[in-house]
Write a protein that binds this ligand. Structure first.
Ligand code: URA
Length: 444
């Protein structure tokens, strides 16, 4: 087979055969096909899409690029949750320990930051020593022993996604339904789960900004996930402003610690995290309905069980847990600057995309594949949609250790804040829930 012919075929809107997809993915995984050719192929898929059959093949071939985890010794339903990506989206760091602390095994393979959206792996690796690169065997043992392991793709587990994910990040090919579907589902199938909750975001900070685009993605994920043997539910959730108040890596871990220790509780973040934990508990057969799931999830946080589980996971993955017990010990960022309100007003919105891009500029994300992350970098939002501010109030604090914070970044974060004279209309955080049975309006 000839790679250029296959790129041409997809570019012209043709359907790749199973053998052709296998040739391309194996060739890339084993470095026989270079980055630049796969970048061209990804762009062709971005514009031409893939048929249902091609996407199913792509998911399977990506899973088979590595090994699959087996948790046969566990009689329980293994459940995971995955987000399509957002700004300040640290929900996985909360729901994994909540669900695992209540007896639901959570074998979680996550990703790094993609574009302006943050990644669970980068957030975890901001904890000194935390290793997200476990062997398959170590992953299986940890899930059996403590009910949860939080890892990334490796040369052993979905290596095809490891390479393609990083390449898509820097070639503007993230926003593609078949590529997102195959990336997410290949990881979830390889990790050995039985059931999956997907948080599919819409709004400026989401990969698909329109609700309709997100709905199509959610429908595709539910359909292909179900056909691949998983019980799948998906929530459509708002990402027009960042979740919680912290955007970055360590700053987000810290926000989760504050919630798990009862020190602070940003409404939107707590609400969406408890809702997702409740659904994971239902999927894991530990709650009979949403109200019971919510009650158990809330108790797991309030009793300290979620925090203890998070520390236990971190310890097993070689983290220096003294930073979790005493977060003030963390190296302070070298530079920080505030932006303030020019007038008295209500905050109408804080644009998630603008904040996400500014966080990347500060060093919290990557602009090129080989960029390293400044874990101290980020943005803390003191005010969010609906808050009343007075002239001079601090709206946000920017942090970095890379270089003095310049005026263009300060201006861009200022521009993320939209003001109104009247309180803005409230917007639902969770719009609906999808499953094989269809879409249901969210009324909890
Ligand atoms: N999360 C993933 O794992 N892959 C994507 O492509 C997008 C979000």
């Amino acid at each position: 087979m000839n790679t250029v012919d296959l790129i041409n075929k997809k570019q012209a809107g043709g359907e790749l055969t199973t053998g052709e997809i296998q040739y391309l993915i194996d060739g890339y995984t084993y470095s026989k096909i270079p980055d630049y050719q796969i970048a061209a192929l990804l762009m062709a898929i971005y514009f031409q899409g893939m048929t249902h059959r091609e996407t199913i093949d792509l998911v399977r071939i990506m899973v088979e690029s590595g090994k699959t985890a087996h948790h046969n010794q566990s009689p329980f339903v293994k459940v995971d949750k995955h987000s399509t990506g957002g700004v300040g989206d640290k929900v996985s760091l909360l729901v994994a320990p909540i669900a695992a602390s209540q007896g639901v095994p959570v074998p979680m393979i996550s990703g790094r930051g993609l574009g302006h959206t943050g990644g669970t792996l980068d957030k975890l690796e901001s904890i000194p020593g935390f290793s997200t690169r476990l062997s398959l065997r170590a992953f299986e043992i940890q899930v059996a022993e403590i009910g949860c392991a939080l890892i990334g793709q490796t040369d052993e587990i979905v290596p095809a996604d490891q390479k393609m994910y990083a390449l898509r990040d820097v070639t503007a090919t993230v926003r593609s339904i078949p590529l997102i579907t195959s990336s997410i589902l290949s990881k979830k199938i390889a990790e050995g789960v039985d059931a999956l909750l997907l948080d599919v975001k819409f709004g400026s900070g989401a990969v698909f900004q329109s609700l309709e685009g997100a709905r199509q993605l959610a429908g595709n994920l539910v359909r292909i996930g179900t056909e691949s043997g998983l019980e799948v539910r998906a929530l459509l959730t708002d990402m027009s402003q960042p979740l919680g108040q912290a955007v970055g890596n360590w700053i987000e871990v810290r926000e989760c610690l504050d919630i798990m220790t009862g020190k602070a509780a940003p409404d939107d973040l707590v609400k969406i995290s408890l809702a997702q934990a409740a659904i994971m508990l239902i999927l894991g057969k530990k709650a009979v309905d949403y109200d019971e799931g919510l009650k158990i999830a809330r108790q797991a946080v309030e009793s300290g069980a979620a925090l203890n589980k998070f520390v236990e996971i971190a310890k097993c993955q070689q983290a220096d847990t003294s930073y979790l017990e005493n977060p003030d010990k963390y190296t302070a960022p070298a530079y920080q600057k505030d932006i303030t309100a020019d007038d008295d007003a209500y905050i109408a919105n804080v644009d998630a995309l603008t904040v996400g891009l500014a966080a990347v500029e500060l060093g919290a994300g990557r602009r090129r594949k080989e960029d390293s992350i400044d874990y101290t970098a980020g943005i803390y939002l003191h005010k969010k949609r609906g808050d009343r501010v007075a002239k001079g109030d601090i709206l946000a604090t920017l942090y970095t250790s890379m270089e003095e914070i310049n005026q263009p970044i300060l201006s861009s974060v200022s521009d993320a804040f939209r003001f109104s004279k009247e309180p803005p209309a409230s917007q639902p955080l969770i719009v609906s829930e999808l499953s094989v049975e269809g879409e249901k309006h969210w009324n909890h």
